[in-house]
Unconditional design. Structure first.
Length: 299
């Protein structure tokens, strides 16, 4: 935390010094880490004071940056645990048959909490100052209803600060250099797990948004920050990339055995809901025997 504070103090001092100069210096890249979204907000507001609010674009990740699942089951860390488990032990009894469909059902059934009590207020501070603020998530378009429900429930909206068109686009589209359809709606870009730097670049091109001087990007995954910085290297656009670390201990503490037991407990209820009400909100995978596994291995 001390290192983060020193970094912010240095950035703030430089901004104040540059403000006093007649000619603004080129914006520089910054890579930092914090467990407090206030630092991200304060930095973006300082940059807007220096370069102008129309020259600063703020981009937030959602999972484990603004919001987090109430339990490990269905969380971002659960998804990556399942992904790794599929490679390590494809016949594991703890492995679900289709983690995307299962996660969609769990998003429907579960709630999310803010990563810190004032997460919504930090987003609102930026919006009140007139900055463009959007969300860039690895979630796919199939999770849009659950995602917007939890954003609204936690009083977070990107509607007022969205890139035009404000409502976004009514259908999914294949972004430039994309492999899978994505969707942009009311300031939330659902990118289906694709390269976040390339996806933001594609979104700016599709919306016709002029290149900002600085992009302030907050995400819990270091790789996403690196991808963003590499995408804009040499472009003249500075990236202030913040790795958000508040959820790190919770992510590391995921108990796979506990998550497996929770799934066993909740699955019958989800199957019954799907049986009675249909597949409009989620579609559970069929119970099948995975190739090369015995029937007792299926989960």
């Amino acid at each position: 935390m001390m290192i983060n504070t020193l970094k912010i103090a240095l950035i703030s001092s430089l901004l104040l010094l540059f403000t006093a100069c007649a000619t603004l210096p080129p914006a520089q890249n910054v890579l930092a880490e914090t467990d407090d979204l206030t630092m991200v907000t304060n930095s973006a507001l300082q940059l807007s004071g220096l370069y102008g609010r129309d020259q600063v674009l703020v981009v937030f990740d959602i999972d484990n940056t603004l919001l987090a699942m109430e339990q490990g089951l269905g969380s971002d860390q659960w998804y990556y645990w399942q992904k790794a488990l599929q490679k390590e032990d494809p016949c594991s009894a703890r492995l679900v048959n289709d983690r995307f469909k299962v996660q969609g059902a769990l998003f429907f059934a579960s709630a999310m909490r803010p990563t810190q009590p004032d997460a919504a207020q930090q987003v609102q501070r930026l919006q009140d100052a007139g900055l463009k603020v959007i969300a860039l998530t690895s979630r796919g378009p199939e999770y849009r209803l659950q995602t917007f429900r939890e954003l609204r429930r936690n009083e977070i909206s990107f509607w007022s600060s969205a890139l035009p068109p404000q409502r976004g686009y009514p259908d999914t589209f294949l972004p430039d250099n994309g492999l899978r359809p994505a969707r942009y709606e009311e300031g939330v870009f659902l990118t289906a797990g694709q390269h976040k730097g390339a996806m933001l670049k594609a979104l700016l091109a599709k919306t016709g948004t002029p290149a900002p001087t600085v992009i302030v990007f907050a995400d819990d995954k270091a790789q996403n920050l690196q991808d963003m910085m590499e995408t804009y290297e040499g472009s003249g656009i500075a990236i202030h990339a913040w790795r958000y670390s508040r959820e790190d201990d919770i992510v590391a503490a995921l108990d796979g055995q506990e998550a497996a037991a929770e799934w066993d407990a909740v699955k019958p209820a989800l199957m019954k809901i799907e049986q009675i009400f249909g597949t409009d909100n989620f579609d559970l995978p069929a119970q099948v025997v995975r190739e090369g596994c015995s029937s007792t291995d299926s989960w």
